[in-house]
Design a protein around this ligand. Sequence first.
Ligand code: AFP
Length: 347
Amino acid sequence: MESGRTSLSAFLAQESSTIQAEYRSNLPQLILQLSTAIKKIAHLTSQGALAGALGSLDSQNVQGETQKKLDVFSDDILIETFKKGGLVAGIASEEVDEPISIPYTGEQKPFLTLFDPLDGSSNIDVNVSVGSIFSILPAPRGREPALADYLQHGRKQICAGYAIYGPATMLILSLGKGTHGFTLDSASQEFFLTHPNIQIPAETSEFAINASNERFWEPPVSRYIAECKKGKTDVRGRDFNMRWIASMVADVHRILMRGGVFMYPRDTKDPSKPGRLRLMYEANPMTFVVEQAGGLGSTGRARILDLAPESIHQRVAVILGSRNEVERLEQYHRDDDVKTKLNSPIP
Ligand code: AFP
C-alpha cells in the first residue's frame, strides 16, 4: 500500500473504538465481506455487454418492476455473501418479496442486512452510474428474526451506505460517526479512504427532481421549484441549476460531494403510493449517510429516520440534502397545511 493511503480495513481498525462494544469485533468483518461483494458487482457492471449481464429478464420483482439481469446477479452476490459470512441473521432485499431468515442454531448472528442490490438499474443499458444501497440493523437475540424485527426506524441503523459504480467505484459508509468515502484502486482491488468526514454545504443552488411529474406535485413542492426556476428575479435572489440522473445513488452522491437537494416527493400520480422510493433500503440508509454529513432527510412533514416502518417494501416521500433547503421545504409544507386547515369547512 502506498505510504499515506488508508485502506478500508485500516480505517475500520482505526475507528474500532467508536463502534459500539458489542459490534466492535464483527461489524468490521461484515463491512469487509460487503466490500468483497461490491467488488464483484463493480466488475460485472464494468464489463457491460461483454458480461452478458445487460438487458431485462422476463421476470418482475415484488415492486412489479421488470428485473434487469444485473439486478438479479447483484442480488445473488449479496445474498450469498451474507449467508456465507456467518454474521447475518436475516436479509431483506428490494428484489425479494419476503425477508430471508438464516436458521438460528444457537450461535448469535448480530446483524440484519437490508439492501437495494442495484439502484438505478434502468440506467444500466445506457451505461449510466448505478449503485448498491445497504442498511445494517441489530438482529434479535437468541432466535430467528421475524418480519417485525426488520421494521426498525432509521435511527436504529448501526451502519449504512452505498456503493456507486461510476467512472470510479466508491464505497460511501457511515458507522454513526461521520460519513466517509473510499475509492476502489482497480490495480490492487483495495478500497482506500479518499473522502474522510464528508460535509454537505448547508446552502445550495442545485436541485434534483423528475420535472416530468410537475403536474402531480403537492403545492409546497410546486412553490419551491417555481421559486428556484425564477432564480434571482424572485424571492430566492439567485439562480438555480437542475440535475436528474434518475439513479438515486448518483444524485445523492453528487449532493454529498457538492451540496444540493434531492426530491422524489409524494405526488398525486398514484395516490396509493406516498412516493416512489422505499423507506427501509433506500430512504433510511441514504438519509443516515446524508445526516451524518450534516444534511437532512425529510418527507416534507416528518424526518425520515423517525418514521415507524409498517412494511418491508413501503414507499415514502424523500427530500434529502443541504440542510437549509430541506428546512425551507419543511416550512413550505407547514405553511400549506395551515392554509389547507383554514380553507377546510368547519365540521
Ligand atoms: P430503477 O432502479 O427502476 O432504475 O429506479 C431508480 C429509482 O428507484 C431511483 O434510483 C431514482 O432516483 C428514481 O427511481 C428515478 O425515478 P424516475 O424514473 O421516475 O425518474
